[in-house]
Design a protein around this ligand. Structure first.
Ligand SMILES: Cc1cc2nc3c(=O)[nH]c(=O)nc-3n(C[C@H](O)[C@H](O)[C@H](O)COP(=O)(O)OP(=O)(O)OC[C@H]3O[C@@H](n4cnc5c(N)ncnc54)[C@H](O)[C@@H]3O)c2cc1C
Ligand code: FES
Length: 280
């Protein structure tokens, strides 16, 4: 296994700044048929969290039931004066336990962890391409962009309108949202490509961002290379420690010389350069 030479096994990076915290749940509510949102009281952590970073959550319900290992979850809402928020697909026993938490109960979190998205103050417009719950990861980027005077155009892909969560994505950021669905075929890669080409021609973005789908990642990687537009992708990987120590989350990434190296999604990621990331 090739590891980036300047990373030592015990180099915790930003994780060295974090500690376990027990936070009070202030809202726990289902979103649509398959998703759930949790809002936590954490003024200090919320203020220093950045879009694209994540927390490692101990998924135990009020009765203490849930898996041993923590589960990684992107920051969906954060900022000074904002609750810390997570939006997740209720998938297995960890997320089911999270969804059983009630307001007033406590949740153990470790974070904020990882490297978030980077926004350049010189940019005027970004394009976001998200699929499914990848929109939770990309949602806070819309508010961060708005605060810097950067317009955000988003293309959101979902199974059908009931799964879209456009309101959860854009909030009050003013991001423009175009939805595509499996149900009517508008989410097919060829149709999304036509949509993006038209968008690039009408209002070329300064940067593009994606999360949540391998085929949309490959499409955006190809188009951003063709148009010479920089991009970032938030990757997912199952995690053990979440702190950079166990190396169970490595993924293959191209380094600046083009060589393929194994980097830790929890420490060097989860956000990577769009051209450096490899398909999964
Ligand atoms: C950095 C990061 C941020 C994430 N942010 C979000 C988010 O904002 N919202 C959200 O809904 N999910 C997010 N995920 C995925 C989330 O961590 C998994 O869905 C969760 O761990 C599943 O736990 P579970 O116990 O409910 O399911 P499990 O019983 O552990 O697994 C259920 C199924 O999901 C698969 N799975 C588990 N973990 C992952 C993973 N990390 N990636 C892909 N498949 C997985 C398993 O293989 C299994 O098939 C994120 C993952 C990472 C790494
Ligand atoms: S190094 Fe342990 S999960 Fe990333």
């Amino acid at each position: 296994m090739h590891l980036r030479p300047n990373i030592r096994a015990m180099d915790l990076g930003p994780a060295a700044m974090v500690a376990e915290r027990s936070l009070k749940v202030i809202e726990s509510a289902p979103v649509g048929r398959r998703y759930h949102r949790l809002l936590l009281e954490a003024p200090d952590l919320s203020a220093r969290s950045r879009p694209g970073q994540f927390f490692h959550l101990l998924c135990r319900d009020g009765a203490g039931n849930g898996p041993y290992l923590r589960r990684p979850m992107s920051i969906w809402r954060c900022g000074a004066g904002e609750p810390l928020g997570f939006l997740f697909h209720v998938k297995g026993k960890g997320t089911a336990a999270l969804a059983r938490l009630r307001a007033g109960e406590a949740l153990s979190v470790v974070g904020p962890l990882g490297q978030g998205f980077a926004l350049d103050p010189a940019w005027r417009r970004i394009l976001i391409l998200a699929r499914g719950v990848g929109l939770a990861t990309l949602a806070p980027l819309t508010g961060a962009a708005a605060a810097m005077g950067i317009a955000a155009d988003a293309v959101l892909s979902a199974r059908d309108p009931a799964d879209l969560m456009a309101e959860e994505f854009a909030g009050v950021s003013g991001a423009s949202v175009t939805a595509v669905f499996d149900a009517d075929g508008s989410s097919e890669v060829a149709r999304v490509e036509a949509l993006l080409r038209a968008r690039f021609a009408a209002a070329r973005p300064d940067a593009v961002f994606t999360c949540g789908s391998n085929r949309l990642f490959l499409l955006l990687q190809r188009l951003s290379a063709e148009f010479g537009i920089p991009g970032q992708v938030a990757l997912e990987q199952q995690m053990g420690c979440g702190l950079g120590m166990c190396f169970c989350c490595v993924r293959q990434i191209r380094d600046a010389s083009g060589a393929v190296v194994n980097l830790r999604v929890c420490a060097e990621g989860p956000v990577f350069d769009l051209q450096a990331a490899l398909a999964w």
